[in-house]
Design a protein around this ligand. Structure first.
Ligand code: DPM
Length: 348
């Protein structure tokens, strides 16, 4: 029988190492059910992120910093697959690697976790000057504009530390985290409010798990491909194509909202200045009907994703949707907004 190993990621200063373990176990369980004869071994590994504990994600820079060590291990055949939160994977993967599975998305939305003393309140009803903890430029930009009576401050450390900082001190009135991460940690009960697109659009790929593999390893690719969730694949291809065209990484205020309904994929995308005062937001849609005749593409990968079992024409249409929406925003001045945001954040 085949031995599959997968890494537990510990990137971003151990920020999400418990979460990473939960996510890896989740994928391992799914594979075990599908392939009972395959022996799975989980390997823990700490990455460079552990050495830069106290730096906000948006200040560390390239996301690929975190994934590189994991890819080295894939390359050396030390592991066969790596489990990631899709939103932490760059839109362009290094040669030789691909996303072999995108699992069904959890809630992609952001959630409010209140200090216990504020129980019953919402972002709207929190007192003037209340301090909200988040290190996400995307969340801060949107919420600053929408809730001008609130103040925003960076918050660091792993999820446990963040909740501790919230509960045991008086520094923050509330913190904002991804609903999906909170759910996987078993902390759903702490969610007081889930933010809809009117308040805060989500990050590209948020809420979806991805399995990265060696692009040429057909056996393992075939095996993990059964984990693909078609609708999530198409939404995330559109979102990632949008972000890639904008040349955005994890450190830019870019947000999206996607939906598939009656074989129509719709994508709303936006870019923001750091204070949210400047923004551009547009929406587009495309048919992802598998009978839809669009030009076949020579590429098997779409923004890093290999999904032989999802109709190619739908993947091509989804990628084109993301690119077209980004081009529309670029024609309206999106690059200026993002360049200024990047410069100001670097100077912070
Ligand atoms: C990225 C961002 C954050 C993570 C930036 C953003 C939040 C960083 C912070 C790209 N990755 O969302 O605008 O709050 O300091 C991360 C989380 C998850 C994956 C935690 C979270 C879990 C949810 C998921 C960190 N990466 O966002 O609360 O799997 O999508």
């Amino acid at each position: 029988s085949l031995v599959i190993r997968s890494f537990i990621q510990k990137y971003n200063g151990s920020l999400f190492n418990v979460l990473a373990r939960i996510q890896t176990d989740y994928v391992a369980e799914k594979l075990k059910t599908l392939y009972p004869d395959v022996l799975l071994e989980i390997v823990a590994m700490s990455t460079i992120g552990d050495k830069i504990l106290d730096t906000a994600l948006s200040k560390i820079g390239e996301k690929s910093l975190f994934t590189k060590e994991l890819e080295n291990a894939l390359e050396r055949n030390e592991v066969d697959l790596v489990v990631h939160s899709l939103k932490d994977l760059p839109t362009t993967l290094p040669n030789g690697f691909t996303i072999g599975a995108v699992l069904q998305r959890e809630s992609p939305h952001d959630a409010v976790v209140l200090h216990p003393k504020n129980s019953g309140l919402t972002l709207d009803t929190l007192p003037d000057g209340s301090v909200i903890g988040t290190s996400s430029l995307r969340r801060a930009a949107q919420l600053k504009k929408k809730f001008p009576h609130l103040e925003f401050k960076d918050i660091r450390g792993n999820l446990n530390t963040r909740l501790k900082k919230l509960d045991e001190k008086e520094d923050y009135a509330a913190i904002i985290l991804a609903a999906a991460g909170l759910k996987r940690m078993g902390w759903e009960a702490r969610v007081s409010q889930v933010l809809g697109p009117e308040d805060c659009m989500y990050a590209v790929g948020q809420g979806a798990l991805a399995v990265e593999v060696r692009a040429r390893d057909c056996d393992i690719l075939g095996m993990v491909s059964t984990l693909h969730h078609s609708e999530t694949v198409l939404r995330c291809i559109a979102e990632r194509a949008f972000l890639r065209r904008l040349e955005g990484g994890c450190s830019v205020p870019v947000a999206v909202n996607t939906e598939v309904k009656d074989s129509v994929l719709s994508l709303t995308g936006a870019v923001y200045s750091l204070d949210g005062a400047d923004s551009l937001k547009e929406a587009m849609e495309t048919s992802v009907d598998s009978g839809n005749k669009v030009e076949e593409s020579a590429d098997i990968q779409h923004v890093g994703v290999t999904a032989h079992n999802v109709p190619q024409c739908a993947q091509v249409a989804a990628e084109k949707l993301g690119v077209d929406l980004a081009d529309l925003l670029l024609s309206k001045g999106a690059m200026e907004i993002l360049t200024t945001a990047r410069k100001l954040n670097d100077a912070r």
